[in-house]
Design a protein around this ligand. Structure first.
Ligand code: GDP
Length: 286
């Protein structure tokens, strides 16, 4: 059996979560178009006969500004210390620039093979892709460079094979039918948080925390935490329309995960400065 850990690095919004999902063949990481919404050290697990690839999905690098960011940063450093390879994700749709080079400095210093995925090549002209590949290849001594689209699945099979080839001999770290190591409660909370983020805007993503209060046979109860009354008004929406929509979108995914129908009972609560409250962060698994 071959198995190993691969850290997924890259600027926010380049498509890391989407790529992890594509490689694992199932939705495991939170996906949104807002930068820096990945908070957990989420494993995506890609299984093949006699092979298991554990993907460590990391938050973007950033300067620590508050306890939450600091925790995220620590997670990044921990994730890096013991991996067999790095999957360095770039976006072909944007200029490859200072942010990418900052991360490149760290990943190429690790002494493990770096596989570059040039993501989002869907609907780009071949000439443009070639130019971006040339720029990407100057970031460091990479092991392989794959143009891919996490969205359409283009190039994902080849990328997965490339990563599998880098794995050393090892055991199956997780049951081979398991695709994430998040506790059920955090998994459900992430699904709800994803919908809340998709339906709100601007500063709100960071201000929303989701806690699962109860997972019953017929009902799942969850609290959506925000920091101010005005944020609460936004999340609740006029006459409760927005929080209802969050529930409507999240429920089918919760049911899929739980394997049975549930009623989703959502409550929006104001908890002043919850992001600075260590015990609160602990409870939300952040
Ligand atoms: P992360 O912050 O790096 O984890 O990025 P996400 O996976 O959350 O993706 C950020 C945005 O890019 C989302 O809106 C995705 O739908 C989009 N995206 C991801 N992969 C692709 C891709 O291959 N092609 C296109 N066109 N968009 C993508």
């Amino acid at each position: 059996m071959k198995s190993g850990f691969v850290a997924v690095a890259g600027r926010p919004n380049v498509g890391k979560s989407t790529l992890v999902n594509a490689l694992a063949g199932q939705k495991v990481a939170i996906v949104s178009d807002k930068p820096q919404t990945t908070r957990h050290r989420i494993f995506g697990i890609a299984n093949a006969p006699e092979q298991q690839l554990v993907l460590v999905d990391m938050p973007g690098f950033q300067r620590p500004l508050d306890p939450m960011t600091e925790r995220m940063q620590r997670t990044v450093d921990q994730s890096f210390s013991d991996v067999d390879a790095v999957l360095f994700v770039l976006s072909a749709r944007e200029r490859i620039g200072a942010g990418d080079r900052f991360i490149a400095q760290r990943v190429f210093d690790l002494g493990v093979p770096v596989v570059i995925a040039l993501n989002k090549v869907d609907r780009l002209k071949p000439g443009h892709i070639a130019t971006q590949m040339a720029t990407a290849s100057q970031l460091g001594a990479f092991h392989a460079l794959h143009p891919v689209s996490a969205k359409t699945g283009d190039g994902i099979g080849e990328l997965r094979s490339e990563l599998f080839e880098l794995l050393p001999d090892g055991p199956a770290y997780f049951p081979t039918d398991q695709r994430t190591n998040l506790p059920l409660e955090l998994e459900l909370a992430e699904l709800i948080r994803e919908k809340a983020i998709q339906l709100t805007r601007d500063e709100l993503p960071h201000a929303i925390g989701v806690e699962i209060d109860e997972i019953g046979d017929k009902v799942v109860r969850a609290s959506l935490y925000v920091e101010t009354d005005s944020q609460k008004q936004i999340v609740v929406g006029r006459g409760g329309t927005l929080v209802r929509e969050i529930g409507t979108r999240a429920r089918p995914e919760l049911e899929l995960r739980l394997g049975h129908p549930v009623y989703l009972d959502l409550h929006v609560k104001v908890r002043d400065r919850w992001r600075r409250d260590e015990s609160m962060l602990e409870r939300l698994g952040l």
